[in-house]
Design a protein around this ligand. Sequence first.
Ligand code: HEM
Length: 84
Amino acid sequence: MGEGLADHRPEFEASGREWRTPPLWGVGYNRRVTGREHYLHDGRARTIEEAVLWHGGEAEAARQGFTSLTSPERTALILFLDSL
Ligand code: HEM
């Protein structure tokens, strides 16, 4: 997903800047079940919003789309993701 998230640790066929794209189904349970929040492969994002803002590379357009949303639209998207 680009340099932003790169940990430069290759694993099998994945280079240090490639990750499995996780299913977002159930992403809201992270907080509800553990009482804590950490997202992305190394847990660096403490909120869903932070996780989206870390996107880059092939997902750069998604990050830009997110940053051009209005505040109520962003809130609606976060609430939607949290409900999955
Ligand atoms: C509106 C569009 C998108 C939203 C809201 C979104 C949201 C998210 C969230 C919340 C996570 C963290 C999941 C977790 O930690 O369990 C995530 C991870 C990820 N997303 Fe997206 N995403 C979007 C688009 C994309 C696109 C277009 C791509 C690739 C082309 C992509 C690739 C990834 C990858 C590879 C990860 C895992 C990164 C890591 O573990 O470090 N995402 N996404």
